[in-house]
Design a protein. Structure first.
Length: 511
């Protein structure tokens, strides 16, 4: 006779192991809970099973599965047999439910089910924290036994771990999807910001730059960008990258003048471990940018040694790390920029002529702000709107006299200086309009001997029309960048969707 219970115990352990294997293959919470409840009713020969999970924040128990009813229940974690199990951590075996004061009859009232007897055990995670209760209801023959208590406790322990694992996987999946969406949004924003549409200017000097970028967008040719400091050389480099087939690959930028000469080579080409005491292996920027674009600002400040190594990289498409012996193949598009006269540097022996012709397949020269004064009002308005959008403050506007003074300035720091001045004016503005009183220190005076025709009021278009033209173009660009998605375009412009629609109607832009 003693062999019968042993056989039954062995069969139950085998059944629990099989259930655990099924649980480990499930990755969706609802399906897992349904699986556990269904297997528990079969294992313990009862009508129903319910898993109540603890919501600590709200001190509630909730059941996503009540097998046979489909109800989702939520109630105070101190109520009922399940609540008592969670509070005490003990096993509760009730022979007659309605005679037990701990029984919460409101659940039967809600589901229309009649509970005769029930067994409840706590569910604990790997940290021994109680995370819920596992109940089985209405034993088909007789009452729940001590062996049932042991079986349900074993099943609950495995179920708690399986549930926690699935919840963690679900959270990781949601985080991954959120990161993917954020990356997609950032990619769209980057492509929009650094596409040619992000280069503000209507005059021939700026439009010629835009046209060059558009023409070379599908090529991999090296480009040399020249111009004074602050004229937007990196903006142009990013525009070239983000309109090219390489736009989804890395854009790596380095200011060659910002690094000591002793570090330039290791930064560009990498370095092997052990070259010097305490030196660890480091990948260079050429390798990091492989598949994408490497932008070297102030390339005229590179040493002749670094220039020679760079020439080999451009010729053979391989790099050798400092202290290394094995060449590494790279696929990099090089964009270089400088405010120096490289022809003069070549004459003086400070720059290699062969490298110069390697990097100057296409040459883009950016005019100083003093040469394109007609663009200053458009740029100032653009920077002002950008600042208001980024800081979530109400829209600001310039008084006409302020725009005239901005256009008449000297701007030795070019567009970078203008942008910083607009940000300062916006930050210090006392109302929704920037007046002459806000020009605390004034604008750098023009050194030109005579007024530039572009700023003579008689030959300028009215300010209101210039602003409307800029607004119309910005809306058209935003719609193009978002593939006519009005909601996304409105967000890029800092407008409500209805506000965008109103402006589209005003300018006859497809509404």
């Amino acid at each position: 006779m003693a062999s019968v219970p042993q056989t039954e115990l062995s069969e139950r352990l085998t059944a629990i192991l099989a259930i655990c294997q099924k649980m480990s293959s499930e990755r969706e919470l609802g399906a897992l809970l349904d699986l556990i409840a269904r297997e528990a009713t079969s294992l313990l020969d009862c009508d129903r099973a319910s898993i109540f999970l603890l919501d600590r924040a709200n001190n509630e128990l909730w059941s996503k599965v009540a097998l046979g009813s489909g109800e989702i229940l939520r109630f105070d974690a101190r109520r009922g047999v399940a609540g008592t199990t969670v509070q005490t951590g003990g096993i509760i075996n009730v022979q007659d439910a309605y005679s037990d004061p701990r029984f919460y009859g409101a659940i039967d009232d809600r589901t229309g089910y009649r509970t005769r007897n029930l067994l409840a055990v706590p569910m604990r995670n790997q940290r021994n924290e109680i995370v819920g209760a596992f109940e089985v209801l209405n034993k088909r023959v007789g009452a729940f036994t001590t062996r049932d208590e042991q079986s349900l406790s074993a099943l609950a322990a495995h179920a708690a771990n399986a549930i926690e694992t699935v919840q963690l996987i679900g959270e990781l999946k949601r985080n991954h999807e959120q990161l993917e969406q954020q990356n997609a949004d950032l990619r769209l924003e980057m492509e929009s910001r650094y596409s040619t549409h992000g280069i503000i200017g209507r005059g021939p000097r700026i439009q010629s730059v835009v046209q060059v970028i558009e023409r070379i967008r599908s090529s991999n040719v090296n480009v040399l960008i020249t111009g004074e400091s602050g004229t937007g050389k990196e903006l142009v480099a990013r525009a070239i990258h983000y309109t090219s087939p390489r736009r989804k690959q890395p854009f790596i930028a380095l200011n060659c003048a910002a690094l000591p000469e002793t570090l330039v080579e290791s930064e560009l080409f990498g370095i092997e471990k052990g070259v010097a005491t305490g030196v660890e292996r480091r990948v260079g920027l050429f390798e990091k940018a492989s598949g994408g674009t490497l932008f070297l600002d102030e390339i005229g400040d590179l040493s002749l040694t670094a220039q020679a190594k760079m020439l080999r990289v451009l010729q053979e498409r391989v790099v050798e790390r400092v202290g290394g012996r094995a060449p590494v193949t790279v696929d990099v598009r090089l964009l270089a920029a400088t405010n120096k006269n490289l022809d003069g540097e070549i004459t003086k022996g400070g720059f290699r002529e062969d490298l110069f012709y390697r990097i100057k397949v296409i040459h883009i020269h950016l005019p100083s702000l003093r040469e394109i004064r007609e663009e200053i009002p458009l740029l100032a308005i653009h920077f002002l709107r950008e600042y208001c959008r980024e800081t979530s403050r109400p829209p600001l506007e310039f008084a006409p006299s302020v725009l005239r003074q901005l256009a008449a300035g000297n701007w030795p720091g070019n567009i970078r200086q203008l942008r910083n001045e607009v940000i300062r004016l916006a930050a210090c503005a006392r109302g929704n309009r920037i007046e002459e009183d806000d020009l605390l220190f004034g604008i750098p005076p023009s050194r030109d001997p005579a007024p530039t025709p572009a700023v003579r009021p008689a030959k300028n278009p009215p300010l209101r029309k210039a602003i409307e033209d800029l607004e119309r173009q910005m809306i058209a660009d935003a719609l193009e960048n978002t593939r006519q998605n009005q909601q996304q375009a409105a967000r890029l412009l800092g407008l409500s969707r209805q506000g965008l629609i109103n402006k589209m109607k005003r300018y006859s832009l497809g509404v």
